[in-house]
Write a protein that binds this ligand. Structure first.
Ligand SMILES: [Zn+2]
Length: 190
């Protein structure tokens, strides 16, 4: 095992095209991301999937005063990993947004993610997935705050609003997060 983890954020049915709260252009993400996950595994990188995993009465849903349509209700179809992605034995799966309160954007927010990374000797984290300006952003910022060497893999993320991406990437860069194409990061991870 290397000291490196690939964190795949929220690539779930509801966040992909046709889902309740879809990011844009996810169909062009899925096959490249699947191939990249497999390449990372072959290289001994720890693969982590985060999944938004809400109770039916979650505070982020419009019916409960929140900003979002109902999405990623725990155990329902919309919360499943989007095929062809799938978790294999040895991967880590993190459920977030499990409590009624709290948006749960970050994979580190009230989860065991940091502990799992530490247990596995991880010091470097690559972040991919959706949505760039919400859960990818929050997860990358928290990884950097937790002193992991954090890189957002710029070709393996998708946003809800593409217009917001430049300022989000600038914020990430300003916080010390690296921005790099996935293959370059993987090559440096050898
Ligand atoms: Zn959510």
């Amino acid at each position: 095992m290397t000291n490196t983890a690939l964190v795949v954020v929220d690539v779930q049915r509801d966040f992909c095209e046709g889902g309740a709260l879809a990011a844009a252009n996810t169909m062009s993400l899925l096959q490249p991301l699947k191939g990249f996950v497999e390449a990372a595994r072959r290289q001994g990188i720890l693969v982590v999937y985060t999944q938004d995993w809400h109770p039916e009465n979650h505070s982020s849903f419009k019916a409960n005063g929140g900003p979002w349509p109902v999405h990623c209700v725990a155990g329902q179809a919309g919360s499943e990993l989007m095929p062809p992605l799938m978790a294999e034995s040895g991967d880590v799966v993190i459920h977030k947004g499990v409590a009624v309160q709290g948006a749960g954007y970050s994979g580190f927010d009230e989860t065991e993610l940091e502990q799992k990374l530490r247990e596995n000797g991880v010091r470097r984290v690559g972040v991919a997935g959706v949505a760039t300006e919400y859960c990818v952003r929050a997860t990358a910022l928290d990884a950097q705050r937790a002193k992991f060497e954090t890189t957002v893999l710029t070709d393996l993320i998708r946003a809800v609003q593409d217009a917001d991406v430049p300022k989000v990437l600038e914020e990430l860069r300003g916080s010390g997060v690296k921005l790099e194409p996935a293959q370059d990061w993987l090559t440096r991870s050898r």
